[in-house]
Design a protein around this ligand. Structure first.
Ligand code: PEP
Length: 250
């Protein structure tokens, strides 16, 4: 099954609403007339509304970097799926390694968030990835299988058309150290095999699996040429319109 390439930026805790709108103005020409792929930006919650307004009519998908699984309630500091949609978002990144590491998000919490995003109609970009010790010891295969299973534990009965998985080796995030295209391909083929055993062949072959970790304009094309790399999730290089343009036009 053909999987539409998905190229997403993750701005992390960078950019005010004004800076976001300025980025979109500079970036718009890169997506004008670009077909056969989807381009997305995961922005700070405070910039959602202004980024979405600036991106109106461009086809750029705007989303959040986190969410709470409840619809509303006494959860100080959190935002819900409904709030993201109200601000113009249609996607959320879930379980990024920075959230798992600095905010103690477990697979159980991530699973609730994935289920909430999918049942609320958002594109859910579920992030997975092993650390350097797990890569070097060879534990990564079992670790990723477990992380995938745990993070998808609550999707039973849900429509999975909006599920996207992002493989982001922790040792490659923000380090300038990219997994080689071969290494990423081999790992993502493993993730797809695990997806098949959890959710069946049809879901596994339809689900886009992105690679993330020091993606830059000069390595995007070789990564995108791999059969199991259906897109990229980009941190640092998505902050400047020219470098993210180079990536989306890989
Ligand atoms: C990320 O934050 O998802 C990421 C992949 O960061 P970077 O591209 O900066 O390595």
């Amino acid at each position: 099954m053909a999987r539409t390439p998905f190229l997403a930026g993750n701005w992390k805790m960078f950019k005010t609403g004004g800076e976001a709108a300025e980025f979109v103005e500079q970036f718009k020409p890169a997506v004008a007339g670009l077909t056969g792929r989807q381009v997305a930006l995961a922005v700070p919650a405070t910039a959602l509304e202004r980024t979405a307004a600036a991106a109106k009519g461009t086809g750029i998908i705007i989303g959040a970097q986190n969410l709470h699984w409840e619809k509303e309630g006494a959860f100080t500091g959190e935002i819900s799926v409904g709030m993201i949609k109200d601000a113009g978002g249609s996607m959320a990144i879930i379980g990024h390694s920075e959230r798992r590491t600095y905010f103690a998000e477990t697979d159980e919490v991530v699973a609730k968030k994935v289920a909430a995003a999918l049942s609320g109609g958002l594109l859910a970009v579920l992030c997975l990835g092993e650390n350097l010790a797990q890569r070097e010891s060879g534990e990564w295969e079992a670790f990723l299988a477990g992380q995938l299973k745990g993070s998808l534990a609550a999707v039973g009965g849900l429509d999975l058309a909006n599920l996207i998985v992002a493989y982001e080796p922790i040792w490659a995030i923000g380090t300038g150290k990219t997994a080689t295209a071969d290494e990423a391909e081999k790992t993502q083929a493993h993730v797809r095999k695990e997806l098949a055993s959890l959710l069946g062949d049809a879901v596994a072959s339809a689900t886009r699996i992105l690679y993330g970790g020091s993606v830059k304009p000069d390595n995007a094309a070789s990564l995108m040429a791999q059969p199991n790399i259906d897109g990229v999730l980009v941190g640092g290089a998505s902050l400047k319109a020219d470098s993210f343009s180079g990536i989306v036009k890989y």
